[in-house]
Write a protein that binds this ligand. Structure first.
Ligand SMILES: Nc1nc2c(c(=O)[nH]1)N[C@H]1C(S)=C(S)[C@@H](COP(=O)(O)O)O[C@H]1N2
Ligand SMILES: [Mo]
Length: 423
């Protein structure tokens, strides 16, 4: 497998050492600022970048963050977290395998820009190309062979809040529960086709897609526009330049007119509102892979560890802290997903983890998507209890009881204890 984590990890470490010696360009941010942020992140995970919560904004002296989305965010469907909106899992009950756009989570570093397809252009440039910059209009992109894939996009911090509430560990960042994930049918051009047409050379190492949304300012430092490098090997493999979501033109909040969709990788890789892509013969860095979206903590050393792929999780389609009537049978429903392989089995416990039963799966196990499952439950006694769901994927990996801690609370994969009260 060309993209397993060990490969990526080796590649990333080499790149980080080169960068620290000043050989990799940081693409627009002053290197001292980046080093300062990086050191702060490594030491304490204390940098607020990416958290965008009201507290972080207030500390900057800026007004508290509010979501700048185009679509409505009604409280039945979403929980607002700073500039972001988390999908309420209870609102997925009864929906199909695809997350409807009206309830797909939104993770915005700033606000949704309005960009018309007509005036949009993608510029591909850099010393990893044989010639000068090549521009693609929206129409030209749509003339390329189209591919369609059902894939989830999940924020690396999904489940972060359970490090604090379930493991008692401090973490920084948006306190997502489990709703920073959505599955959609994406249609678009292959990034590999675009890179080949642009004249990518054998010497190319990294590509750096960049969004057209506002520059991100945090702690008084302007980090520039949202961008995160991808190794050329991944870029040429299975990445899409998507212009449709669930059969509709890509909506503004999800990156319209065109976004990247990077299968299996953490959400930040799937750059929305992409405007240009640098193709470089030298390693590239951005704050989104040196400071945030990187694992720091006692287990990860001074340089921290890179992140590529997402993890394994399960969620009930029920509010956290729901009240349910005793002696009445209800159908518990939920979803499980893994970036490594299809989910093959799901076990559910309705007594806080003492006994486990197999849930019935409602979808064929499929890579890149989730399976819906159900189990009938008749509560026999009143009082507080916890519902647990535990998935196993085709690699044989089962959700563990605890997740290894990292300061920014990424890649949570432990079994969640879902509180309910029987009355
Ligand atoms: N240009 C741009 N791309 C971006 C972001 C952003 O703020 N700006 N957020 C990223 C993050 S952190 C995630 S998790 C996903 C979220 O995609 P969604 O808002 O469509 O759910 O988009 C990624 N792409
Ligand atoms: Mo994210």
């Amino acid at each position: 497998m060309p993209h397993d984590l060990s490969d990526e990890s080796r590649y990333d470490r080499a790149r980080l050492r080169q960068w620290a010696r000043g050989r990799a360009r940081s693409a627009g941010v002053d290197r001292r600022d980046l080093l300062r942020l990086f050191a702060a992140g490594a030491a304490a995970g204390a940098v607020g970048l990416g958290s965008a919560g009201p507290a972080a904004a207030a500390a900057d002296g800026a007004p508290a963050a509010v979501p700048g989305t185009v679509k409505p965010l009604p409280p039945e469907l979403f929980t607002i977290r700073g500039t972001n909106a988390e999908t309420n899992f209870a609102a997925l009950r009864g929906t199909g395998p695809l997350t409807p756009v009206d309830r797909f989570f939104v993770r915005n570093h700033t606000t949704t820009p309005r960009i018309e397809a007509d005036g949009w252009k993608l510029s591909v440039w850099g010393d990893g190309l044989a010639g000068g910059p090549v521009e693609f209009s929206y129409d030209r992109l749509r003339e390329l062979p189209a591919v369609q894939r059902t894939l989830f996009i999940e924020c690396a911090g999904n489940g972060r809040n359970f490090y604090a509430t379930q493991q008692g560990q401090p973490v920084t960042g948006t306190p997502w529960t489990l709703g920073a994930i959505g599955v959609a049918r994406w249609r678009g051009a292959r990034l590999s086709d675009v890179l080949r047409l642009a004249g990518v050379t054998r010497g190319a190492v990294d590509v750096l897609p960049r969004g057209l949304d506002d520059e991100v300012v945090t702690g008084g430092v302007n980090l520039g526009r949202v961008r995160r490098p991808l190794p050329v090997s991944k870029a040429l493999d299975d990445v899409l330049l998507a212009y449709e979501m669930n059969g509709e033109p890509l909506p503004p909040d999800h990156g319209g007119p065109v976004r990247l969709v990077v299968p299996d990788w953490i959400g930040i890789s799937s750059i929305k509102w992409v405007g240009d892509i640098e193709v470089s013969g030298a390693p590239l860095y951005s704050p989104w892979n040196t400071d945030t979206y990187r694992l720091f903590g006692p287990d990860y050393g001074a340089e921290g560890a890179p992140m590529g792929r997402q993890t394994l999780k399960s969620a009930f389609e029920l509010e956290l802290g729901a009240t349910v009537p005793v002696h009445r049978t209800r159908l518990l429903t939920g979803r499980s997903w893994s970036a490594a392989a299809p989910v093959e089995r799901v076990e559910v416990s309705t007594d806080g983890g003492v006994r486990w039963q197999w849930a019935r799966l409602h979808d064929a196990p499929r890579r890149g998507s989730w399976v819906r499952w159900s189990l009938p439950w008749t509560p026999r006694a009143t009082g507080a209890t916890a519902l647990l769901a535990r998935a196993t994927d085709a690699t044989g990996r089962t959700q563990p009881a605890t997740s290894p801690h990292n300061t920014q609370g990424y890649l949570f994969d432990a079994v969640v204890r879902h509180p309910v009260t029987v009355v």
